[in-house]
Design a binder for this molecule. Sequence first.
Ligand code: FES
Length: 505
Amino acid sequence: MTHHKEIKITLQPIGLEISVRPGTPLMDVLHEYGVEFPCGGKGICGSCRIRLINGSVPVTQKHMSVLAGLGLSGDMRLACMSAPDSDVTIEIPQLETVILADNSPFEFEPQPGYGIAIDLGTTTLVAQLLDLSSGRVVNVVTARNPQGKYGSDIMSRIEFALQKDNAEILMHLIRDKIREMIYNLISGYRENLNKIILVGNTAMHHLFCGLNVKPLSFYPFESPNLGIQIFSPSDLGLELDKSTEIAFMPSIGSFVGSDILAGIFATRLHLSDSYQVLIDLGTNGEIVAGNRERIICASTAAGPAFEGARITMGMTASTGAISSVSADGEKFLCHVIGNTVSAGICGSGIIDVMSVFLENKLMNDFGDFFPEREKIYIDSNVFINQKDIREVQLAKAAIASGLEILYKQLGIDRDKIDNLYIAGGFGNFINIANSLKIGLLDLPEQRIRKMGNTALIGAKIFLFTNPGMIDQVLKLIRHISLETDPEFQELYIQNMMFRKNEKSK
Ligand code: FES
């Protein structure tokens, strides 16, 4: 095996040093630390701009003209178009204030001291330390969820937790990891840490808080413990001032957690006069639709395919995953996260592959290989087989039908939707045009926006939000079960077809 020399990227103002392979796109690495790419790397929004402090980043002709178009010059670059091949130090203005998808800074009441926002995901954990007087991010740490060795998706983790004392094992694993992350974040700021906010899906909430996960494992999947959980530092074995407030935010339903509540705050869906939609394609495939008057949400069980879990060579959007695919004649062109050898394919890559298969008539609208065959290799290591296509059909049908049910319950037509926000681990990489082509989404492209990590953005907003306001929003939200809707089955079957809808094209 050949070993490539790694280069160092130093991120300011937080001073974090990361090692990557030369030529790794910054977009591949920075989103893990909470940096958002609102236009998905198209060079339109300018939100991902960085300042080059040391070293150099090769600049293409296209990058130069985009910079000029955005009025950026000198040492400014766009992270979404940069792939350094030697050591660099960059300053990331986005970490200076809490940024929302529409590029307006979040309005907050400055407070003294520091706060920590934690997105406790099934796969990854991200924690940011904020200066509450300025909203500035002063430190970031990321880690894998150590519970991962006991099951990659929620259901297998719950199944494991239900045996013997395993729930306790999982609780200690995650608490130990979060404690370690907090200590890493606060060296130097310990005195002034006032608040810690955690968000996550309901299973993560229960496992972290030591609540019984049994109700999450059988019909009607109703847990009595969805509310906010408050801890003192000593409850979690943290040596911090005892006045430090620690809260795991409330879940909306058994499969719609505080990560989605955070997403509602991040997109300001609850403040909007017009109708908005939020889709999180991670884990449960949660969908939310509504406005300032009423909000309806559901989970769709579509997530595992887009998280790679049910795809033969599927994996999460991490180093080694094929995250995008296009075709040049007979040849597939793949982008691998981290500029390395491919080890599998993640959700955004899977959506692209389906679109490429359709375009190139390698598959028909029913999802059958054409001509019939077992699998297709998209590079020398990674293939897609017929069963994988069926999984994608099930997942995309679940999302598309779920959305139709939400519109119906709100009594609106999809044309009334102003913006559809995509959150989730691979939100940054997803190709919107391709998700329209395969019928996963069904709105004009200009109304669809990528939001990156809405859970983390929302957790930061919660640091500044009074609990009464969060309760009011919770009261606006109605959680529904899609399967009990009489039309769901029929819609589901219709939506299994690729290219059902012509209007969005
Ligand atoms: S310009 Fe929008 S993400 Fe880079």
